[in-house]
Design a protein around this ligand. Structure first.
Ligand code: PLP
Length: 389
């Protein structure tokens, strides 16, 4: 994040009410550490990898964040993706306010989720049916359950370097030795659960062929970030992704694209559109909630019809399809379509990455900028992953 210590472009009650010097990030971090583990509600927010304490923000507008100290920051993160239109987009804001003046939860049927579901279905027609949930993690967890039920198989195949939220069975890493031997990558994950997941490296045709020839008949589903963008930006060869799909099909396994970050981000229809493939199942999150807690899983109607109350796979949520998130998501997608936002973002991403690379080269930094559309990643030349995240 780059800083720009100009006067605040915003005026909020929050910053005016507090005497400067009290509401410092450092002070708040001390308070936070007493209240929540490590002072944060999600680990990356601690800025641990940066060797400094985190900045606390009080408000945001457009491309800018305002810290509690009143310092303005250019935001390259956008809440990790959901805010594709920037902070407090006026159209999203209006829709959200209108919804709040109408209702903000029903715990019952409502029409708002149908509009977002229809919009998603129009953009990605292979999503014949979907179910809204409240986070990407929940979407992935639910989709795995459906995939196991649909195939009557237990194993999940995932790839090193792909992140799928904090689902127990996917918090695993490959062990040494045999392909597919795994251990958990988080304390508290049962080894039994970890062993249900097979892990192989990305971009490794041999490992892929081997795991299918040895374990193909046990694999319920192959889970893939078609554009791995959480542990570095690990852009895959399209041939590799196509090979995954071909082998899965040949062995009766389902393919699930985890497009929580790439969906409605790199193109309207995400990587499935770019690669021209129709995964059996897909998960979305981030952009589809416009900054509110929304995720969804969906895909083939015959598979999705296994979900309760129609089928035997139980999945439910008190706040699922929360109307405020539904409106924010719908308005976000509609505005992106109207503005041809994905093309604009791609062009800007290209320009930004080129300029940044020129600057880095100009100062002799041994750093490389990779990007895909508006997603970018800076790493040391010669290594493209970041193990600290
Ligand atoms: C962010 C992300 C998740 C997890 O979503 P949450 O809403 O944080 O639970 C899962 N998969 C991918 C690919 C993601 O980028």
């Amino acid at each position: 994040m780059s800083t720009n210590s100009t006067k605040s472009p915003h005026s909020t009650k929050f910053d005016q009410a507090e005497a400067p010097g009290f509401m410092t990030s450092e002070h708040l971090f001390e308070v936070a550490k007493k209240l929540t583990p490590g002072g944060v509600h999600s680990p990356v927010r601690s800025f641990k990898g940066l060797g400094r304490s985190p900045v606390f923000f009080q408000s945001a507008q457009g491309a800018r964040l305002l810290s509690v100290e009143g310092k303005s920051y250019l935001d390259y993160c956008m809440s990790f993706g959901p805010l594709i239109l920037g902070h407090r987009d006026p159209e999203v804001s209006e829709a959200v306010h209108q919804m709040i003046d109408t209702a903000w939860s029903f715990g019952a049927c409502e029409p708002y989720s149908l509009e977002l579901a229809e919009c998603i279905h129009q953009i990605v027609p292979f999503v014949e049916k979907l179910r809204f949930v409240s986070s990407g993690t929940e979407a992935v967890m639910s989709a795995l359950r459906v995939a196991r039920a649909a195939t009557g198989r237990q194993k999940v195949l995932k790839f090193d370097g792909c992140y799928h939220g904090h689902v127990d069975s996917l918090l695993v890493k490959s062990g040494s030795g045999l392909a597919g031997k795994t251990s958990s990558s988080s304390a508290g994950v049962s080894e039994n659960v970890a062993h249900e997941t097979l892990v192989i490296p990305l971009d490794d045709d041999q490992a892929l062929e081997k795991v299918f020839s040895e374990r193909g008949s046990e694999i319920a589903v192959v889970v893939l970030e078609p554009l791995p963008a959480n542990y570095g930006l690990l852009i895959q060869r399209p041939e590799f992704v196509h090979k995954i799909i071909k082998l899965a099909k040949a062995h009766g396994a389902l393919v699930m694209f985890d497009e929580v970050i790439s969906g409605f981000r790199v193109a309207a229809g995400g990587m499935a559109e770019i690669l021209r493939v129709r995964p059996d199942l897909v998960t979305y999150g981030k952009v589809i909630g416009g900054g509110f807690p929304v995720g969804c899983y969906g895909g083939r109607a015959d598979i999705m019809d296994l979900v309760a109350p129609l089928g035997p796979v139980y999945q439910a949520g008190t706040l699922s399809a929360n109307p405020v998130g539904m409106r924010a998501g719908l308005v976000t997608l509609k505005k992106m379509i109207r503005l041809n936002g994905w093309k604009v973002l791609s062009e800007r991403g290209q320009k930004f990455a080129d300029k940044l690379q020129t600057k880095l080269d100009g100062v002799g930094a041994n750093l490389q900028v990779d990007h895909y559309g508006s997603l970018f990643w800076i790493h040391e030349k010669g290594s493209n992953t970041d193990s600290t995240y």
